[in-house]
Design a protein around this ligand. Structure first.
Ligand code: NDP
Length: 332
């Protein structure tokens, strides 16, 4: 079977050379373990951070070890009482075609609730991140103005829809006209700004005549710089991601934001989904309910084939994906 390891720590945008594809035997199961055939691999922007040897909320990947992320697979052999052959499971597993794991490392997926891939997107990690970041930190109130960056991606598209459910006016910022049309026509956003074509400060001022109450930040950088002058009194800013800087070799400080926060008594708070580990059940049921009521829509961009995992990961930084970026490795 094939496996992808980290050969060297990338400098700037990762290159194919930073990774190794190696042939390795499929392991055998012992008591309490299962053998899983990988079906879908989640590629996520945060994995870029784990490729660096820096202190973070999660340990760096080790060199010459298999890279891991959210994976859905099917049990093909089981020496566990809790799992049987054919079960579809989710876990943080290796970028490899088969994994032998302890039963404690995986959970069963309910195939009847939603398509299985939704467990890596709308009712999975990215949907939950949107749910807690928006509702717990920003606490949207009806009639407020919400701006979300990275709006057509997995987290951003969910944030905008939950903000609409809460009765707010939503402005999305994304990188293509097609993505902006999707936000307006499919997801019910009120305004959409193509940051690659428009002057963002001008477009934002026009789209937010009453200022900005909530800024859900997925990208950082100059897009966020354009938001700060428009903040309203008591604005809230969940800082979810900063993808525009993940490949920077030198830190770009940008304009200082302190005075904007002081003037408006705004709250700016970083978070990770891990902060909400004891409330995952609540988020999951809320998202699944909205999904089944037709109040949430989602897109997935599915790249086919294990050989394209790295391409799919790098596509995130080029904005090739609409919604959640996944790789399909085998049928379920
Ligand atoms: P997305 O599905 O949003 O994919 C990434 C998107 O980012 C691309 O499609 C692209 O869209 C946009 N992008 C890429 N480069 C830039 C850039 N230089 N400037 C502006 N936009 C850019 O990924 P996710 O939804 O999984 O993640 C979104 C953000 O949330 C990331 O920053 C991620 O790290 C963070 N995150 C944080 C979590 C947490 O617990 N705090 C958990 C999950 C994600 P476009 O075409 O619009 O440029």
């Amino acid at each position: 079977q094939k496996q992808i390891t980290l050969k060297q720590r990338p400098v700037g945008m990762p290159k194919m050379d930073d990774f190794d594809f190696i042939d390795t035997p499929i392991g055998t199961t012992s008591a309490g373990e299962v053998l899983i055939r990988t079906a879908y691999i989640s590629v996520d922007p945060y994995l870029r951070g784990r490729m660096q040897d820096t202190k973070s909320y999660i340990a760096p990947f080790e060199l010459n070890k298999v890279i891991t992320s959210g994976v859905i697979g099917q049990v093909v052999d089981s020496k566990s009482e809790s799992f049987s052959k054919g079960d579809v499971v989710l876990g943080n597993l290796g970028w490899q075609e088969y994994s032998v794991v302890n039963e404690k490392e995986i959970k069963k997926i309910d195939k009847n609730l939603a398509p299985v891939t939704a467990n890596l997107s709308i009712i999975g990690m990215t949907g939950l991140t949107a749910y807690f970041g928006l509702l717990d930190i920003a606490k949207p109130k009806s009639g407020e103005t919400v701006v979300v960056s990275g709006a057509a991606g997995a987290v951003g598209s969910t944030v905008g829809q939950i903000a609409k459910i809460k009765g707010t006016r939503v402005i999305g910022i994304a990188g293509t006209d097609e993505k902006c049309q999707y936000l307006l026509n499919e997801l019910g956003f009120d305004e959409a700004i193509n940051y690659k074509k428009e002057d963002v400060p001008t477009a934002l001022a026009k789209a937010c005549p009453e200022g900005i109450d909530i800024y859900f930040d997925n990208v950082g950088g100059t897009i966020s710089d354009a938001v700060f002058p428009l903040l309203n009194k008591f604005a809230r800013i969940p800082v979810c991601g900063a993808i525009s800087s993940y490949n920077d070799v030198e830190v770009d400080m940008g304009p200082r934001v302190q005075t904007a926060l002081i003037k408006t008594s705004a709250l700016m708070k970083g978070f990770t989904l891990g902060d909400y580990s004891d409330r995952i059940g609540e988020g999951y049921s809320a998202l699944a309910t909205w999904l089944n009521e037709g109040k949430l829509k989602y897109e997935e961009t599915i790249v086919e084939g294990f050989d394209h995992v790295i391409d799919a990961f790098l596509d995130l930084f080029k904005g090739a994906n609409l919604g959640k970026q996944l790789v399909k490795v085998s049928d379920i």
